[in-house]
Design a protein around this ligand. Structure first.
Ligand SMILES: C[S@@+](CC[C@H](N)C(=O)[O-])C[C@H]1O[C@@H](n2cnc3c(N)ncnc32)[C@H](O)[C@@H]1O
Length: 252
């Protein structure tokens, strides 16, 4: 049973302790995490994710980190409310700079993809065996995927959820040391259409396609950017084709 399902009945598991209610976006992130591993939540703010994972017994312990004291105080309030200070440590840190490299599941959620690249680049221990990244970029997912591919990380899984009119993406990556030869379209769609698809994944992909088309059209109107526009139209076509194939399988 996935956390997407169990979150609706939280409180009835593991001795009845209440846990923070995660929204769809954070439940998606929780679903990508391996159980029984120490979690590090970078840029935690309210600390809901580490609190949820620890209270439900999915993670034995966690570090909740943030660059700003205010958000870290929010996390402290959550941790005190649920009485889990013995299992969740709070660390004031820019990225992973002050965080001991003892976590195995490293989450960055609700941040821009470019910031994630900077944070990963400053923490070479993320390449150690047993470490995994669970990333939920709000912007620039294509730059994040490129960075991961260029730096020897392989994407194991991607997924997306729809919450109202918003669509969110999350991915799980580990270091393999290999660099994959991929098309430019891969940086935009990654592994999202490689596994089982869902209405939410279709919704995310359609939004992505309209964003790409919008940008390509805007560039195409300017003489100097025709080449860039052409490249984006090609990316658009490649992803559209992939989506059509996935839709055929989905509707079977
Ligand atoms: C939008 S909140 C996301 C909170 C939570 N992770 C979530 O997904 O709901 C982004 C958080 O990242 C923190 N942040 C921004 N830059 C950071 C950095 N370089 N290192 C650590 N935390 C950072 C902010 O202070 C803020 O609390």
């Amino acid at each position: 049973m996935s956390i997407l399902q169990t979150n609706n009945m939280q409180g009835s598991l593991r001795g009845g302790a209440a846990a923070p209610r995660l929204d769809k976006r954070l439940r998606m992130v929780a679903n990508l995490l391996r159980h029984n591993r120490k979690l590090i939540d970078v840029g935690t703010d309210h600390g809901y994710l580490p609190a949820f994972m620890v209270i439900m017994g999915y993670s034995p312990c966690a570090a909740a980190t943030d660059i700003n004291p205010g958000p870290l105080e929010n996390a402290r309030a959550t941790i005190e409310k649920y009485g889990i200070a013995d299992r969740v440590s709070l660390i004031l840190s820019d990225g992973l700079d002050n965080v001991p490299p003892d976590g195995e599941e490293i989450v960055m959620a609700g941040m821009g993809g470019e910031l994630m690249c900077e944070i990963i680049g400053r923490a070479p221990w993320l390449k150690d065996s047993g470490k995994a990244l669970v990333l939920q970029p709000m912007t620039k997912a294509e730059e994040l995927r490129k960075y991961l591919a260029d730096n020897g990380f392989v994407i194991e899984k991607e997924t997306a959820v729809r919450d109202g009119s918003h669509a969110y993406l999350a991915l799980r990556a580990v270091y393999s040391g290999e660099t994959k030869n991929v098309s430019k379209a891969y940086f935009y769609i990654g592994e999202l259409l490689s596994g089982e698809i869902s209405d939410d994944i279709i919704f995310y992909t359609e939004k992505l396609l309209s964003r790409i088309k919008h940008k390509a059209d805007a560039l195409n109107n300017t003489e100097d950017f025709k080449e860039e526009a052409k490249e984006l139209y090609e990316i658009y076509d490649e992803i559209s084709e992939k989506l059509q194939v996935s839709l055929r399988d989905f509707n079977k």
